[in-house]
Design a protein around this ligand. Structure first.
Ligand SMILES: C=CC1=C(C)c2cc3[nH]c(cc4nc(cc5[nH]c(cc1n2)c(C)c5CCC(=O)O)C(CCC(=O)O)=C4C)c(C)c3C=C
Ligand code: FES
Ligand code: FE2
Length: 435
């Protein structure tokens, strides 16, 4: 352990709590009691432990048989694809029609998405670091909660309860989004889903509508906080920069600095962009930070991939961008998936099999390549641990930014779930501002 660490932690713990109201102090005391002893503890329990570290992501079908369930959950999600009052009718219809095409894509990448394997590995490795470097909140127990594939949020929540969290015993859980940049269609959707299952499985107050006050019935339920975004964390930036450098090294030295870096992120419908979604700006922030780390060594662009359906989406599209550059004679291109931390259908199928194939057909001669996804990168896993430790040290329930809803947001779900998570009082002195 870093020798400065204990001093830093002591300083944090000494934060006075006198400003808390009587009721919130009592509420916090009930959460702060490390009464929950999970059944799966291998590690000495620290004064603030155990701590559940819940990795949230969209997930992917592990086998082609799971594609249909994955797509039907995806098209049922009104935070991702709002289909209005016809959601329950149109959602299943569209997902059924799309299933054969998407099944073939998953078959072409080896029969399923590797996201579960990578998420479980990343979470477990991060928790090992936390157990050593932050013993006071140990043991840190890894959980994965996917939005559209197993293990679903409901399954994760039930496991938490079985493991001794909640049920009158309290316990501390951190919902850690695995999307570095915040979008209401991704992290926002996962948070809303977590809130829904929390309401269903932890007996919320039926009478109180004032969510800024902890209802009495909540005493002893799980105390949640959220790591909601980390677009420019230095460890994330370093991990991306390292993989980009490795990709650049595959080009002859004399041509290396002329290679164009093409950062590619999943696009958003323009309706979501115009609602005021923070994702495009946060993705751009990551790109800028990575380029800064690389000393702006190469020309670069940010482009957007994987648009679905006929509506207008944010561009320029990745496939058009690659084709246009290759046609103009710029054949040396490195594609960098910048908004997802492990391999998925958009890297393994769309980039590797479609975009790069099309470029080769246009004469790119194998000179369009892709930087490796972060997957099991030790630099990335170290970054995850640093992000988690900074969050636990901060005593904050969410970032300040999470309280500010999109200017065009009309969703009651967003409002209620943001109120709930923003007002989980840990060591902050006053409730978050929710607008
Ligand atoms: C940060 C990443 C992502 C954002 C933002 C995002 C927004 C978004 N997506 C859809 C619709 C679909 N996405 C689909 C698959 C899919 N989406 C992402 C990431 C983001 N999506 C990933 C990584 C994947 C693939 C998962 C995998 O296992 O590899 C699909 C399903 C596939 C298909 O039918 O083409 C749809 C549909 C919307 C509408 C949207 C923003 C509102
Ligand atoms: S859609 Fe962005 S906060 Fe609701
Ligand atoms: Fe998507």
């Amino acid at each position: 352990m870093n020798t400065l660490q204990p001093l830093r932690l002591l300083a944090k713990r000494a934060t006075p709590t006198q400003h808390l109201t009587q009721s919130s102090r009592a509420w916090r005391r009930s959460f702060a009691t490390p009464a929950a002893t999970p059944t799966i503890t291998h590690q000495k329990t620290g004064s603030q432990g155990p701590t559940a570290m819940v990795f949230m992501n969209m997930g992917g079908p592990a086998t082609t048989d799971e594609v249909s369930g994955f797509l039907s959950r995806l098209f049922a999600d009104a935070d991702l694809i709002p289909l209005g009052p016809l959601q329950n009718y149109l959602g299943p219809l569209i997902s059924r029609r799309r299933t054969p095409k998407i099944m073939k894509q998953y078959a072409d990448i080896g029969g399923g998405s590797p996201i579960r394997k990578w998420s479980e590995y990343q979470a477990a490795e991060m928790c090992k670091i936390l157990d050593v470097e932050r013993p006071e909140s140990a043991p840190h127990l890894p959980y994965v909660a996917f939005r559209y594939a197993n293990p679903l949020t409901e399954e994760m929540y039930n496991r938490l309860l079985e493991d001794g969290f909640g049920k009158g015993k309290g316990g501390r859980a951190v919902a850690f989004t695995q999307y570095p940049q915040y979008s209401c269609s991704t992290t926002g959707s996962s948070i809303n889903e977590l809130w829904k299952w929390r309401q269903r499985l932890e007996a919320p107050s039926k009478t109180s509508t004032d969510l800024t006050q902890p209802p009495k019935e909540d005493a002893g339920s799980i105390s949640w906080s959220v790591i909601d975004r980390w677009p420019t964390h230095p460890g994330l930036v370093e991990a991306f920069a390292k993989n980009i450098k490795s990709a650049l090294e595959t080009y002859p030295e004399e041509e290396r600095e002329k290679v164009v870096l093409l950062f590619s992120a999943h696009s958003l419908p323009m309706s979501v962009v115009n609602r005021g979604d923070p994702y495009p700006a946060e993705v751009a922030a990551t790109v800028w930070a990575v380029m800064q780390k690389l000393g702006f060594s190469n020309p670069y662009r940010l482009c957007w991939q994987s648009q679905v359906g006929p509506s207008a989406w944010l561009g320029a599209q990745t496939s058009d961008t690659v084709k246009n550059f290759v046609k103009k004679g710029q054949k040396d291109l490195v594609l960098i998936p910048i908004a997802f931390t492990s391999d998925h259908i958009e890297t393994l199928f769309e980039i590797d099999q479609e975009v790069i194939h099309e470029a080769n057909e246009l004469g790119a001669e194998g000179r369009v390549r892709r930087a490796e996804s972060l997957n099991g990168s030790p630099v990335f896993i170290r970054a995850l641990a640093d992000i988690a430790m900074a969050h636990l040290d901060s005593g904050m329930a969410t970032s300040k930014q999470m309280g500010l809803r999109c200017p065009g947001c009309k969703s009651e779900r967003c409002l209620e779930s943001k109120k709930f998570f923003g007002n989980q009082q840990l060591e902050t002195e006053r409730p978050a501002v929710i607008i």
